[in-house]
Design a binder for this molecule. Structure first.
Ligand code: GUN
Length: 284
């Protein structure tokens, strides 16, 4: 059996065109959705990410502001910038790119963002809203994974067992919560899990979000399962690869997301969706 690909680029194109339509409708009412992206320091991966985020905004007709600061920016200065953006009516979403330099407390900065503008979904209020099923912004990567499942007819996961590998605050934990909200039975595995394969072999849906190559191999996958690969790693040849042994697992799985061209573009897409949503909420 060869798995069908879930194409994150194609799905992103479709969702981004819906964002552009919604942005145009808001503009006609005098509101241009605006995203502020704040980057501190010169982490090369972060520079690529923020550039892609800003470019995606422009393509969808959103207003975007990129604020770049030297790694010497103080925590107090960054908190003051966040406060100014909280009070800026042209900005509906604020994203502070992580990681921040070591002298700045990530948590303190994220908590300073107004939950009404927290389009990354990292604020405690956003995480709490997800936990109790209230309206809030969802973390973009797991939100994108849910849209990928929806695209193959798996919006409601009642009766399905989903296994998440990884428990980060920005992917694993919110992913588990979103799957639970979609009525799946959810198991969260991590480095302390005794027999990972025994868990994943039971799964109808596996989400791998560890940040390590070959975390999921063909022998660990139930035939026909859906495999979502959140990983972004480099292989020995320096090529981008995920957490899943793609060549092996695609022979067993029913559906699989590629890397690149899978979850990656969906993360940015959901950031645009949340920004337009934030602007719609203020314009309502
Ligand atoms: N660093 C890695 N992923 C992300 C993300 O989704 N948002 C932010 N703000 N920083 C990140």
């Amino acid at each position: 059996m060869t798995a069908q690909l879930i194409d994150g680029n194609a799905l992103s194109r479709q969702l981004r065109s819906e964002v552009a339509t919604r942005a145009a409708a808001l503009k006609a009412r005098g509101v241009t959705p605006g995203l502020a992206v704040v980057l501190v320091g010169d982490n090369p991966a972060s520079q690529v990410y923020v550039r892609n985020k800003v470019k995606a905004c422009e393509e969808a007709g959103l207003h975007s502001v990129l604020e770049k600061y030297d790694a010497t920016l103080t925590e107090a200065e960054l908190l003051a910038r966040v406060e100014a953006l909280n009070n800026d009516p042209s900005i509906h979403g604020i994203l502070v790119q992580l990681p921040l330099p070591a002298h700045i407390d990530d948590h303190k900065v994220i908590e300073a963002i107004s939950p009404l503008k927290d389009v990354d979904g990292f604020h405690v209020a956003s995480a709490g809203a997800l936990m109790v099923g209230e309206v809030g912004f969802k973390a973009c990567t797991p939100y994108g994974c849910m849209k990928m499942l929806e695209s193959i007819g798996m919006k409601d996961l009642r009766g399905k067992h989903a296994v998440v590998i990884g428990r980060s605050n920005i992917v694993g934990k919110p992913m588990a919560m979103m799957l639970l909200q979609a009525n799946a039975t959810v198991t969260v595995c991590h480095s302390g899990t005794a027999d990972l394969g025994a868990m994943t072999r039971q799964a109808d849906v596996v989400v791998a979000a560890v940040g390590k190559r070959n975390v999921l191999t063909a022998d660990m996958v139930k035939p026909g399962a859906v495999v979502i690969d959140v990983g972004m790693n480099r292989n020995d040849e320096g090529k981008l690869c995920g957490d899943v042994d793609f060549a092996g697992v695609k022979e067993v799985a029913g559906y699989i997301t590629p890397v690149p061209g899978g979850v990656g573009p969906m993360t940015i897409t959901m950031l645009l969706v949340s920004t337009v949503e934030a602007a719609e909420r203020t314009a309502a």
